[in-house]
Write a protein that binds this ligand. Structure first.
Ligand code: TXE
Length: 486
């Protein structure tokens, strides 16, 4: 395990590691202990300017590199990630607070899959042609890479989401300026080395660290960065949209969620209960897809409440490196405080804390950011607990009587990312899938991902779709060529 206590996170630009020009640094915290364990470059507009110039210079060659060669390099990056699975999982866990087991089974394998998937997808990416019958003309569409693309990612699934943006962008022939969250920069830092070893030409991927308001802002404002792919909070998404709209940048925004988990009496009860534990508390509830509003059909409500609470009380909160840990630490002190403030407000709006609610003191790591998994019974869907994204190990439960009622609760929220439905009734499944306001509907499962499918949300959950050919379409500009013949 990487226990070094002064890890210096430099930028990776033009294929090598560099200090920020202003020599400005930010502290990097270990959530499990609350201690600073390193420093992160805080890059400014000059650093972004320099990296963008490298990216632009690399674009000429990279955009005309054969699909086979690009694919080969992406597959080698995937192998490089897999070869360092243990090291990357430990680094992710130390930086983010998530259990090592989760990073090892989910985050890091998925980062490898992202490169492998887009390494293959690009070989199958095709464009349309339209024959204008009777007019003696043929139209075809060229899909050209955009140029320099900015990728900005959050702290909850650090390498997983970082690579989810980078892989399609470079597969499509773009060069990238990528900024991981300043809260979790470690695995992005290690990715630079893996890319060099895989033979990615210098300048194709530039990994720039720093604060959102400094480094992120410089990326938004740089005139040569023509598209921004962002995952993060809805407020930040609004700011990005406002900043980029007058510059006519292409935008993909994957924002927050307040996802309903709807449970009907005819569900497969054991499967539902096991999955609901995961969809509520995986990654300490810090996944935009978590089902944070649980609605249960009234005849099943009391049984579910009792069984769910028993199971939640059995979840062990521990140091993320411990094999016992089902939940590790939350990502930061400020985030822990934000989540706690929602729990503290619950009684004011009639919420009853059924279990959890307290900070957990882990022996030897008394300053770590640990919180009990928390279940709150709410009286109405209009309360703040059901309307605002808490993004922690906190779920609400509430009974419902009819399909119409639960549909109105599910949709009565500003977000629209995902919804989960537990029922064996195919007619109800189809009716509800058609009317739920969400980008993704899972039926009798949760977070089952096929990377070919469109991923993203409606309403305040974002604009645009990632995944499969949708991502490759976002990363390219279509150009219509119309040839008239005689
Ligand atoms: O995310 P931010 P925060 C939600 C969750 C959480 C809230 C705030 O509810 O409590 O958002 O989290 C960069 N220009 N999600 O504040 O700030 C920032 O550096 C350019 C949901 O930590 O949105 C980081 O790299 N970039 C979400 C990235 O944006 C800027 C996952 C995300 O950070 C910037 C995380 C600026 N002006 C939080 N300001 C999800 N959808 O999964 C910040 N950034």
């Amino acid at each position: 395990m990487n226990t070094q206590d002064n890890i210096i996170i430099q930028n990776y630009s033009n294929g090598s590691y560099k200090n920020p020009q202003s020599n400005a640094w930010i502290d990097n915290y270990e959530p499990a202990s609350g201690k600073v364990y390193g420093k992160i470059a805080n890059s400014n507009a000059q650093d972004i300017q320099e990296a963008t110039a490298f990216a632009k210079a690399a674009f000429t060659t990279w955009s005309t590199t054969t699909i086979d060669e690009r694919s080969r390099i992406l597959l080698k990056i995937a192998d490089g990630i897999e070869n360092r699975l243990q090291e990357l999982a430990e680094a992710e866990s130390r930086d983010n607070g998530k259990p090592v087991s989760l990073a090892k089974n989910v985050d890091i394998p998925r980062a490898a899959s992202n490169f492998r998937f887009f390494g293959h997808a690009i070989t199958q990416f095709a464009s349309e042609s339209h024959e204008s019958v009777g007019l003696q003309a043929i139209n075809f569409t060229l899909r050209k890479p955009i140029g320099v693309v900015g990728c900005i990612s959050p702290w909850n699934l650090p390498l997983y989401l970082f690579t989810w943006k980078i892989a399609p962008a470079i597969a499509a022939g773009n060069c990238v300026i990528a900024k991981p969250s300043e809260v979790t920069p470690m695995t992005a830092f290690l990715l630079g080395e893996i890319c060099t070893e895989a033979g990615l030409p210098p300048g194709v991927l530039n990994i720039m660290h720093g604060l959102g308001t400094t480094t992120g802002q410089a990326i938004l404002e740089h005139p040569e960065i023509k598209a921004i792919s962002f995952t993060g909070g809805t407020k930040t998404g609004e700011h990005i949209a406002r900043t980029c709209a007058p510059k006519f940048k292409k935008l993909s925004l994957e924002l927050g969620g307040k996802n309903p988990n709807i449970i009907f009496t005819d569900c497969d009860y054991d499967l539902m209960l096991n999955t609901t534990i995961r969809s509520s508390f995986a990654n300490q509830g810090q996944i935009c897809l978590c089902g944070s509003r649980i609605f249960v059909e009234r005849p099943l409500y009391e049984k579910f409440k009792k069984d769910f609470i028993t199971r939640v009380k059995g979840l062990t909160v521990a140091h993320p490196a411990s094999a016992k840990a089902k939940l590790g630490a939350l990502v930061s002190k400020s985030h822990l405080e934000k989540v706690q403030s929602y729990i503290a407000q619950a009684p004011e709006e009639g919420g009853i804390i059924l279990c959890g609610g307290n900070q957990v003191i882990v022996e030897g790591y008394e300053n770590g950011y640990y919180l009990e998994p928390t279940v709150i019974e709410v009286q109405s869907n209009s309360c703040k607990l059901n309307q605002e994204e808490i993004f922690g190990p906190v779920v609400t439960i509430m009974p419902f009587d009819t399909e119409e009622d639960v549909l109105s609760y599910a949709n009565d929220v500003t977000y629209g990312l995902s919804a989960t439905l537990w029922t064996k009734d195919i007619d109800r499944t189809m009716r509800m899938s058609n009317t739920l306001q969400a980008g993704i509907v899972w039926v009798n499962t949760w977070m089952m991902r096929d990377l070919r499918t469109p991923f993203g949300g409606v309403k305040a959950s974002g604009v645009g779709r990632e995944g499969g050919f949708e991502a490759l379409r976002f990363c390219t500009e279509p150009k219509n060529v119309c040839i008239k013949y005689t």
